[in-house]
Design a protein around this ligand. Structure first.
Ligand SMILES: NC(=O)c1ccc[n+]([C@@H]2O[C@H](COP(=O)([O-])OP(=O)(O)OC[C@H]3O[C@@H](n4cnc5c(N)ncnc54)[C@H](OP(=O)(O)O)[C@@H]3O)[C@@H](O)[C@H]2O)c1
Length: 242
């Protein structure tokens, strides 16, 4: 597999993001990470420089500041990993009666607003950088046409909105940079804190380790073409209908 020379990972403390960072770093790529968290000790650079930019604030200004620093490494591929399904503030809703407006707003912020702010800060770069690839981690449950089970209102609605954000931006960037490719990507069920409460009844073989998922997603990114700009892709690069 060929790994890009320079990779930027936003939301890089995500278990999937960290696994992508480790894989790229081990292959000699320059890795830049933006995260709310401080750099973990275990991620000490091995073969190539690893730049870690902490952005606890995630305001328009701080996103721009950290992105400007990260862009000094001229990334060829950008992963955006932010996404919250559950946390101390609440679990996904089983039905509409469980929906809380404050929690829905928080999920919208972490799952849509934060990726949008980083993309806004990246905007000029995306219009100019030849063959730039942007892979934004979404979820199959954000596909409206694929929804057969219902539930998980906040997560489904915010991932559907994220898919629209990327579709919209892909059109805008594609007008001025024909070589760009921006996609949303379902990583597949992966053993991370996000999926932890829901891992019990999965069919055998469905749950991937973060390392396995990182390899799959890097293969998707390796083969990504501008013709796929704006699509929602599965972990095996097949197209998921919106
Ligand atoms: N694991 C799965 O089975 C699975 C399945 C489908 C889709 N996904 C998607 O894959 C992506 C990575 O998930 P993961 O499984 O690696 O999850 P994870 O380890 O729980 O990572 C959580 C991610 O969300 C960000 N985040 C957490 N709280 C936030 C907040 N309040 N505001 C903004 N960002 C916040 C973190 O960014 P910081 O680095 O800034 O903390 C980190 O990137 C997510 O978008 C998720 O929806 C995962």
């Amino acid at each position: 597999m060929s790994i890009p020379k320079s990779v930027l990972i936003v939301g890089g403390s995500s278990q999937i993001g960290l696994a992508i960072a480790k894989e790229c770093s081990a292959a000699g790529a320059v890795v830049s990470v933006i995260s709310r968290q401080a750099k973990p000790e275990l991620l000490a650079p091995k073969t190539a420089p690893l730049y870690w930019f902490q952005d606890a604030e995630q305001s328009e200004e701080s996103c721009k500041q950290q992105v400007d620093l990260a862009l000094e490494q001229q990334p060829e591929t950008i992963f955006i990993c932010n996404g919250v399904l559950h946390n101390d503030e609440g679990m996904p809703e089983k039905n509409l009666l469980q929906l809380k407006s404050q929690l829905l707003e928080k999920r919208f912020h972490s799952n849509v607003t934060v990726p949008a702010l980083y993309l806004q800060a990246l905007y000029r770069y995306l219009t100019k950088k030849q063959n730039i690839k942007v892979l934004v981690l979404s979820a199959k449950v954000g596909s409206i046409s694929d929804n057969k089970l219902g539930g998980w209102y906040s997560y489904r609605m915010t991932k559907a909105a994220l898919n629209m954000l990327i579709k919209n931006l892909s059109i805008e960037i594609g007008r001025v940079n024909k070589s760009a490719c921006l996609v949303t990507l379902h990583p597949g069920t992966t053993a991370t804190p996000l999926s932890e409460p829901f891992q019990k009844n999965l069919p055998e073989g469905q749950l991937q380790t973060p390392h396995q998922t990182a390899i799959r997603l890097l293969k998707v990114s390796e083969n990504l073409k501008p013709e796929q700009n704006g699509q929602l892709l599965n972990w095996d690069a097949t197209k998921i209908p919106f």
